[in-house]
Design a protein around this ligand. Sequence first.
Ligand code: NAD
Length: 263
Amino acid sequence: MSKRVVMVTGAARGLGAAIAERFHAAGYLVAIADIAESQASKLASMLSADGSSACAIALDVTSKAAFGAAREALLARWGRIDVLVNNAGMSKVTPIMDITAEQFDHVINVNLRSVLFGCQVFGQYFADLGIGRIVNIGSLAGQNGGSATGAHYAAAKGGVLTLTKVFARDLASSGVTVNAISPGPMDLPIVYESVPADKLDAVIANIPVGRLGSPGMWQTWPYYLHLSRRILPTAHVGISTAGYSCAKTVRIASCNARPSCAK
Ligand SMILES: NC(=O)c1ccc[n+]([C@@H]2O[C@H](COP(=O)([O-])OP(=O)(O)OC[C@H]3O[C@@H](n4cnc5c(N)ncnc54)[C@H](O)[C@@H]3O)[C@@H](O)[C@H]2O)c1
């Protein structure tokens, strides 16, 4: 059997890169899809110098056509796709009263519209096959409004969880699972870039366990959510374990006849 294929969006750096590396280490063929093409190519060649097990894909997640092109490019290259991780995201720390229409739309598009398009384009392909896995990356901000992020980002991430549940319900009967994870603030570059140094201590002090989350822990979740075979969770939302909350499984009433539903 040919090796399984995963596409991770926004994988040129940060959490996406860590998730891509985790799948690659487990023997998957990995597509690093990102708008930052040269950074994506750098990571791909680091993982696989000859491109046999990792490749970069130029993708702007705000475009449905771009998702379609990415899917076709991957099928042409490796002949199959098994997992999509919708990870690409961006945040701007802007006071809620100052957010402009353009800023709102941009943040919503990158964080939320991307998930709609990714789930539509890959979800349809998986549904036609009768199997497939999608993992969406939300954020604790989607539940609690966020500690060092903008309201548009928090609203988008709340929407990611809602879309996850709707796609999970609608695709469950086709053998496709759709799950999400919602990390709290992690020890990753974007946190240091977006939170002013003099405010970072206060953000960390507000985290119940008193430290930024470990990307090493979160990089593993999408991999395990994909692996579950006997009991396949769907519409599962893993929330930050930094003391704020714990994982919840949301049962979908309409899919209880299917083996792919959470028991
Ligand atoms: N870092 C955290 O503490 C944290 C906490 C909770 C959730 N998250 C979520 O985890 C995910 C990854 O976060 P990160 O910290 O690695 O962020 P990051 O900014 O380091 O990486 C985001 C990646 O997305 C890419 N990207 C941005 N816009 C894009 C577009 N239009 N099309 C394609 N790619 C695009 C960027 O080029 C970058 O490689 C995001 O969804 C973020 O919201 C992060």
